[in-house]
Design a protein around this ligand. Structure first.
Ligand code: TPP
Length: 884
């Protein structure tokens, strides 16, 4: 009869069999048996879904922990000093400048995780290849405080934290390479960007190795991230890339302090278990560091599994509550769940219960986890470490929901903090929150420096040397300057041709990194597949379905193209990794990221901002752009505003060229300025899929192309009213046609100008205007627009395939009123002709707007306008594209 006793015997037999294998064979054999069992049951129709979780205890059992190599006592003292100085930085900054902000509690929770890394794992670059560490942005005070002890930052630096505009400079709030270029490498403080950038950084490092551009080393990429931060789609969105690409150079450390800014990350759930399931499911090695050593004897005693059950079933919100609770409460609420549990802790005092430590504050547990992570092969590793937000901040800060915002400690709290961490300061001194650094020959400083010396030097540290590349011969660009003769071409095609030419250049060819999010065929890039290969870290093990065709989809371990799939965020992260390689690897790479322009700025604008912060260099190519140039695709595809968004990035050059020669001049300039002269800038260039004949480059227009405008047609007439038409991108051709209509049908003297970059014109105008404002005693300067239009009279009218706000940014510097046409409103699916009529940017609307402008200026009579309206077939009843 199968009853309870029978089951017990059966359980025991199975478990003993398993125990035998565990004792006598390796873990692979254990896993093999378990999966055979699952398979057998599955075939019998019994579906056993492997749980997404392991028990809520540490992944590494105590007897498998690595011995701790350092001096825990000394390290604790060093860490305490860092904690104190980090806290003092924030407190002092807020005393000096009320409301200046700063975060104490993030670092307070992460201190042990980081210190174990600094003392034992993070390699510096002085003697070998430096590891790359993405620090949790809000932990920056702790990183600065360590640099202070290391002697890299001064007391004045700390004092000026968050007060960068002081005469003697100050430290930026968060990791910003733009502001501290010799120090910070990775801008991480916009939540979610650190994790995704770290994944693609790890991937890019493999790319360099696989392509033979970089020696294979043990370099690791560490990403310290917040548990709240993991809610950002970017944080988890690319984790399968890391496992798919076998990124065993990547280690995530999630600081699970169970809190974010407002409150608990998962009050009613368990963030560690949730993340474990996600990462395990994605194929990562997961190491949980939940409990500190104090819990080991209790877990060892837990034969019945009741402790585990309590741990498993207690939600995070309640664990957060225990941080601020008395031992008495913990005994009643947590251990009081059963008699067995109460008995388990009967010999523990209330104080002992209150102090039971968490894994993320136990250096030994962390060390073991890190040691296992760095030696793990073939898979990325995530360490989920349970910590306490605001650890050590006393009654008001530790574990409280308000702790994230805490930036002040009262005198009593300062004394408590001082005593808890044993800082050798008198009461009187401690109340002033002074920075404290022991003498250089003290044990602490000697130890700390020695550890860093043995690990290869200080971190964070950003390399500022540049190895300029040998630029291609000028002749590479000639073909584009010559024009296309009778052939119709699109600038997208020209860009791809130009890129392929760069890719075979003898000096820089191997350094060009095309990046594309599943749009190669859209851009006509498929011809490059076979020639240059699509990068795959794993050896391709299949026969491409189109193997017989000329342009087959060729994946290769040394492929140059990063075909990232449909992820602009992933591409952008690769772009950043490649575009900062000149600094992070001392290998100059030339990223060219081609994307659907609509899915660039508005989709991944924050990553573009981070790229600028990181001093990334490279070309962003917004393909098939323009609200009326991209026919058929409609509202969510037609980009008529990326140039407005581009205006917001200070280090970005943004161009909207119409012709292949303009494009070539811009790319040539970018190559020189970024990769030879070493300017920390990026180029955004929109290219079009509309085909037309590319003219030969006129003499002497290069400067105008680069500075933003040049005259392309000068009227041959000497009489009649005068207009200047300014066109950009594909609308330049409409502008030129409009000039011809005005000349031929209305006797108007019409010049046509190409405006290649409103941003260049804007940046220059702002600079000149400011200079004039600040230098009234000197002769005033002219903006580039004013220089170009010096002595020019007549009506000015600008038209582009972008919103009217783009030309309006520079209207102040045009003579008289700048009339503007543009593509405000939602896009529509139709052909170009219909779209340009709808948005009123075709030749007839441009000509008509010029005529009405002249009428307003009193240079044409009303009769002419009414007739022109009829002749040009202008429909005044058509809908306004701005209307919804
Ligand atoms: C994209 C973005 N959104 C919001 C913020 C504002 N913010 C700063 S820290 C923070 C909470 C962080 O919580 P968590 O990731 O758990 O880190 P902890 O400080 O708790 O270690 C928030 C919301 C930000 N920096 N970035």
């Amino acid at each position: 009869m199968r009853n309870k006793d029978y089951y017990e015997i059966e359980n025991r037999e199975w478990l003993e069999s398993l125990e035998y294998v565990i004792q006598n064979d390796d873990p692979t054999r254990v896993r093999e048996l378990l999966s055979l069992l699952q398979y057998k049951a599955h075939k019998a129709g019994i579906v056993y879904r492997c749980p997404g979780n392991t028990p809520y205890i540490n992944s590494i059992p105590p007897d498998k922990e690595s011995p701790y190599p350092g001096s825990p006592e000394l390290e604790r003292r060093i860490k305490s000093l860092i904690r104190w100085n980090a806290m003092a930085m924030v407190v002092r900054a807020n005393l000096e400048s009320e409301g200046i902000g700063g975060r104490i509690s993030t670092f307070a929770s992460a201190a042990t995780l980081l210190e174990v890394g600094f003392n034992h794992f993070f390699h510096g670059g002085d003697t070998g290849v430096a590891d790359m560490v993405f620090f949790q942005g809000h932990a920056s005070p702790g990183i600065y405080a360590r640099s202070f002890l290391e002697g890299r930052l001064t007391e004045k630096d700390l004092l000026n934290f968050r007060q960068e505009l002081r005469k003697d400079g100050g430290l930026p709030s968060y990791p910003h390479p733009r502001l501290m270029p010799g120090y910070w490498q990775f801008p991480t403080v916009s939540m979610g960007l650190g994790p995704i950038m770290a994944i693609y950084q790890a991937r890019f490092n493999k790319y360099l190795e696989d392509r033979g551009l970089k020696e294979v080393t043990n370099q690791k990429i560490w990403a310290f991230v917040g548990d709240g931060e993991m809610d950002e789609p970017e944080s988890l969105g690319a984790i399968t890339v890391a496992s798919r690409e076998k990124l065993d150079n990547l280690i995530f450390v999630v600081n699970c302090n169970l809190q974010r800014l407002d409150g608990p990350v998962r009050g009613t759930g368990k963030i560690i278990q949730e993340l474990e399931a996600a990462f395990m499911g994605a194929g990562w090695k997961v190491i949980k560091v939940i409990w500190g050593r104090d819990w080991d004897p209790l877990i060892a005693k837990d034969e019945s599994g009741e402790l585990l059950k309590a741990m498993d079933q207690t939600p995070d919100g309640q664990f957060q509550k225990y941080v601020v609770s008395t031992g008495e409460f913990i005994r009643k609420d947590f251990f009081g769940k059963s008699e067995t549990l109460l008995k388990m802790v009967e010999n523990y005092s209330d104080d002992q219960l209150r102090r039971l430590n968490r894994g993320g504050h136990d250096p030994r547990k962390i060390y073991s986890a890190f040691a296992e992570a760095v030696n793990h092969k073939e898979e990325p590793v995530v360490i989920l470490a349970q910590t306490i937000k605001g650890y050590g901040l006393g009654e008001t800060g530790e574990g409280r929901n308000i702790t994230h915002q805490q930036k002040k400690l009262n005198e009593n709290e300062l004394l408590v903090f001082r005593s808890r961490f044993g800082i050798p300061l008198s009461d009187e001194d401690a109340k002033k929150a002074p920075f404290f650094k022991p003498a250089d020959d003290s044990e602490e400083i000697q130890y700390l420096k020695k550890r860093r010396e043995e690990l290869g030097g200080f971190l964070p540290k950003r390399n500022m040397e540049l190895k300029p590349v040998t630029l291609p011969e000028d002749s590479l660009y000639n073909e584009f300057f010559e024009g296309s003769g009778d052939r119709d071409l699109a600038t997208t095609m020209s860009m791809v041709q130009l890129m392929s030419k760069l890719m075979v250049d003898k000096n820089i060819g191997k350094h060009v990194v095309p990046i594309v999010p599943d749009e190669s065929r859209t851009f006509g890039m498929d011809a490059l597949f076979r020639r240059f290969g699509i990068y795959s870290h794993t050896e391709p093990n299949y026969e491409p379905v189109d193997r017989e065709s000329l342009l087959y989809y060729k994946e290769a371990t040394d492929g140059a193209i990063l075909e990232e799939g449909i992820t602009e965020a992933g591409c952008m992260s690769s772009f950043i990794a490649a575009g900062t390689s000149y600094s992070n690897h001392k290998i100059t790479m030339i990223p060219i990221f081609l994307f659907y322009s609509m899915f660039g700025f508005q989709r991944v604008g924050d990553l573009i901002w981070a790229a600028a912060d990181a001093r990334t260099r490279g070309f962003l190519i917004g393909g098939t752009s323009g609200r009326t140039t991209l026919a058929g695709e409609g509202l969510q595809h037609q980009d008529g505003h990326s140039h407005l968004l581009a205006m917001s990035i200070p280090s970005l050059k943004a161009y909207d060229p119409a012709y292949a020669y303009e494009l070539a001049v811009i790319v040539k300039d970018g190559m020189k300025r970024m990769f030879s002269d070493g300017e920390d800038i990026m180029y955004y260039i929109t290219v079009l899929n509309e085909k037309y004949k590319m003219p030969k480059m006129p003499e002497g227009v290069e400067e105008g192309i680069l500075r933003g405008m040049y005259r392309i047609i000068k009227s041959k007439r000497n009489d009649g009213p005068r207009v200047h038409l300014f066109g950009s991108g594909a609308i330049l051709n409409e502008t030129i046609k409009a000039a011809a209509i005005l000349e031929e049908s209305y006797g108007i003297r019409s010049d046509a100008w190409s405006i290649t970059s409103y941003k260049e014109l804007y940046d220059n105008s702002m600079e000149v205007e400011r200079w004039n404002r600040l230098n009234p005693e000197k002769e005033s300067r002219k903006t580039y627009i004013e220089e170009c239009l010096d002595g020019v009279d007549g009506l000015c009218l600008a038209a582009s395939d972008y919103v009217k706000a783009v030309p309006m940014t520079v209207c102040n510097w045009f003579p008289g009123t700048l009339n503007v046409l543009g593509t405000d409103g939602f896009g529509r699916s139709d052909n170009r002709k219909a779209l340009r009529d709808y948005f009123e940017v075709d030749a007839k609307h441009i000509a008509y707007a010029a005529l009405t402008g002249l009428h307003i200026e009193g240079k044409l009579d009303n009769k002419t306008i009414v007739k022109a309206k009829k002749d040009l077939k202008i429909n005044s009843n058509k809908p306004d594209p701005r209307e919804l």
